[in-house]
Design a protein around this ligand. Structure first.
Ligand code: ACK
Length: 252
């Protein structure tokens, strides 16, 4: 592959064809289904483990999400964001190659009865802190002002040191100029984590991400999965908390 490591904001390599790509890594097993297709565990020639995300349907929404994820994640680099290592965007085949996250997704650790006990309080707080750092980078320090729009436990991956990294940028949006919020008729994301203004009116902003972060934080601290069923009380409580959290965490 082409070496682009000099420009740290670009993926390390891009393959012109699948043949070129598959000569450089081997696929070992399937990890699961992602937003736009299967995710595999693979290994580069130098032995490094990677996660390979493959676009399964070359048309429509999947392709949109794939392109979106690629365009955004290629420009981002932060210790709390999953790192893109390379890509292949040949006509017939589209794949993204990521660093492999040994401890998989946070929701397994939070909600699997056999794993819950592995998360101590200090670790839970450290995970929350790491996610907040990643989110702050997205919203502010990356200078791109990115709204993730699907922040949830299953999109937080854990590395060998249990450091959290935000993944899955298929639905993320970049804000231009002085815009503070966007509006959409196609409300995507995950119900239990959606802020009321987004769920009901399609209005998204850094604050709707912070709302999702609030829900995530409750899950991390309680090991209880939010049910995704809204009632007025939870609206009021979380809507109120999300503003407070925002100022607490981001205006420091
Ligand atoms: O919860 P999981 O085991 O962690 O199942 C999902 C599955 O692939 C579909 O998204 C896993 N996955 C995604 N990206 C990575 C990665 N970079 N490293 C390890 N596992 C990953 C995810």
């Amino acid at each position: 592959g082409k070496d682009k490591s000099k420009d740290s904001s670009l993926p390390l390599f891009s393959f012109a064809s699948v043949t070129a790509a598959t000569e450089n890594f081997s696929i070992q097993s399937k990890l699961g289904e992602g937003g736009f297709g299967p995710v595999y565990k693979g290994r580069l020639l130098n032995g490094q483990e990677v996660a390979v995300k493959r676009l399964s349907n070359q048309s429509g929404q999947g392709l949109k999400e794939f392109k979106n994820e690629m365009m955004l994640i290629a420009k981002l680099q932060h210790r709390n964001l999953v790192r893109l290592l390379g890509c292949c965007i040949e006509q017939g085949e589209k794949i993204l190659i990521y660093e492999y996250m040994v401890n998989k997704s946070l929701d397994v650790f939070l909600f699997d009865p056999t794993k819950k006990h592995l998360l101590g309080w200090q670790l839970r707080v450290r995970i929350i802190d790491g996610i907040a750092q990643g989110l702050l980078y997205l919203h502010q320090y990356s200078r791109l002002r990115i709204i993730h729009r699907d922040l949830k436990a299953s999109n937080i991956l854990l590395d060998q040191h249990m450091n959290p990294k935000i993944s899955d940028f298929g639905m993320a949006r970049m804000f231009g100029g002085d815009e503070l919020q966007g509006n959409t008729k196609r409300i995507v994301g995950t119900y239990g984590y959606m802020s009321p203004e987004y769920a009901l009116e399609g209005v998204f902003s850094v604050k709707s991400d912070v709302f999702s972060f609030g829900v995530l934080m409750l899950e991390i601290l309680s090991s209880k999965k939010n049910t995704g069923v809204y009632n007025t009380d939870s609206f009021n409580l979380l809507g109120h908390v999300s503003d407070k959290l925002y100022s607490l965490l981001f205006d420091l």
